[in-house]
Ligand binder design. Structure first.
Ligand SMILES: [Zn+2]
Length: 490
């Protein structure tokens, strides 16, 4: 072999060297998982059995303590980060000599509130294994959102340890306990522990992968804010016959007010609603163009005869702000319906924000619109005097635990490294500039002084936030391999 052949050989060897190594990690994770499925499921379902609604302090604490024990069992230095009256953040840290990177894995251990009667089996905290389309899924609150991510991270650690594969990065875990309550204290807790939570990148392990099932890496998330609007009729419900045509009906007033906010295609008509949007970069547009288009399949599955958006596809529409009615209430329906003119009507509005928009400004635009429709707007229960002296009164309560959208630039070098690690486990990934749902990425970025990338593992049809939440087991298994690849990232 002459020197040129040797060089060619060396280059070839180096080239295949790196992926082979990543492949070793992924297959080690797979083999370990295949040999330990029942133990993983045992530990996972035990965690899912602890109720985890953010306002249930006692059980939240049980979750946090259980998670610390799960970390310590694996030799991970861990503790609770908290402030008075705040659900603790579970923190764990593995220091690696000569580490090139410090990677922070974020997940949350609290879940959305539950209505047990709406769940098959009426027991959201009793995990059940059921088949869907011939495949195993575990049903329980937070099975996918977001305890699966935590379980995948822990199992990945086990697999790497068992295969004696040393970590190449410092690894930190930050598991929040009030994400589903809007993360009201995350930034303060992080700010109080800035030295602990810094990293080259925060990997946010939350949310669903693309509807095609392909692994997804998400570069941002929409922001979120809420408004509760109440409009008033008479101070008590009135007989709909004796007073009909005379007493104003607040349910009718409210739906008229709301219907003026959007056109038939779902475009928001509130002035300036779309003014501040920062347009997508060419790379972000290209990522959307390359992503699978699942719109028709979703329409079939969801039995939608039409969709909003004037012909734009779902992934494009996720990069626009929304105005959604989360719920409307006025008097009763069904067997409890009365012939009554209700006294008040209430609607909850959810506004998702994109990069460039400020939540206070977006709230104010809605309030300005309500005023432009002849309403006097108050922010607390109106007095009788106010009701008597103003033709129309709307009480608007603003949610202060709101936050703005974030998009991490797609050309960062750490982003390429994360993508390479994920692709070593899952093949070509789908890149989304923005996740439709909201995660407080801004708080993380400010406190940790870093960028975030979201690496979800859950199946898209996981009933996140709803009854019968579930995780497809294969997604959990794949997630373990993905997390192992990220922990061993070069
Ligand atoms: Zn979540």
């Amino acid at each position: 072999m002459d020197i040129r052949q040797l060089l060619v050989f060396a280059v070839f060897f180096l080239k295949i060297g790196a992926p082979l190594e990543a492949q070793t990690v992924v297959s080690a994770a797979r083999e370990w998982r295949q040999a330990h499925q029942s133990e993983i499921l045992q530990e996972f379902t035990t965690l899912l059995s602890i109720p985890n609604i953010a306002n249930d302090g006692v059980n939240i604490r049980r979750n946090a303590d259980a998670l610390v024990a799960m970390l310590e069992k694996r030799g991970v230095e861990s503790r609770l980060l908290t402030l008075p009256g705040v659900n603790p953040v579970v923190f764990g840290e593995i220091k690696t000599p000569d580490a090139r990177h410090t990677i922070v894995f974020y997940a949350h251990y609290d879940g959305q509130p539950v209505t047990p009667a709406e769940w098959d089996g009426n027991a959201p905290f009793t995990p059940v294994l059921r088949k869907v389309n011939g495949e195993d899924r575990i049903f329980a609150r937070s099975a996918s959102d977001d305890k699966a991510a935590i379980m995948a991270q822990l199992a990945a650690l086990d697999a790497l340890h068992a295969a004696k594969i040393p970590l190449r990065s410092n690894v930190r875990f930050v598991w929040e306990g009030e994400e589903e309550a809007g993360s009201p204290h995350l930034e303060s807790v992080l700010n109080a522990n800035r030295d602990l939570i810094h990293g080259d990148v925060w990997l946010v392990c939350d949310g669903p992968v693309d509807q095609s099932g392909q692994q997804t890496v998400v570069f941002g998330a929409r922001g979120d804010t809420h408004l509760e609007i109440t409009v008033f009729g008479a101070i008590r419900g009135l007989h709909s016959g004796h007073y009909g045509n005379w007493a104003p009906n607040p349910a009718m007033m409210l739906v008229q007010l709301l219907s003026g906010m959007k056109d038939k295609d779902g475009t928001v008509l509130i002035p300036h609603f779309y003014d501040d949007i920062v347009p997508l970069s060419p790379l972000e547009k290209q990522a959307i163009a390359e992503a699978p288009v699942n719109d028709d399949a979703l329409r079939q599955e969801l039995a939608l005869g039409h969709v909003d958006g004037g012909g734009k596809k779902l992934l494009d529409l996720l990069n626009l702000p929304t105005l959604n009615i989360n719920g409307i209430a006025a008097a009763n329906t069904g067997s409890r319906a009365n012939n009554v003119i209700p006294s008040r009507a209430v609607a909850d509005l959810d506004l998702r924000l994109v990069v460039g928009e400020r939540w206070q400004v977006q709230q104010k635009r809605v309030i300005d619109y309500i005023q432009s429709q002849g309403y006097s707007v108050v922010d607390s229960e109106p007095t009788l005097e106010i009701l008597r002296s103003n033709p129309r009164v709307a009480m608007v309560k603003r949610d202060d635990s709101s936050y703005e959208a974030v998009r991490t630039p797609m050309d960062l070098s750490i982003a390429s490294e994360v993508i390479a690690a994920v692709e070593s486990a899952r093949g070509k990934v789908v890149k989304w500039p923005t996740m439709g749902g909201s995660v407080p990425l801004g708080a993380m970025e400010r406190a940790a002084n870093t960028h975030t990338l979201t690496v979800p593992i859950a199946n898209y049809d996981n009933n996140q936030h709803s009854s019968n939440e579930n995780i497809r087991l294969q997604n959990l298994w794949d997630g373990i391999e993905t997390m192992a690849a990220l922990m061993d990232m070069d």
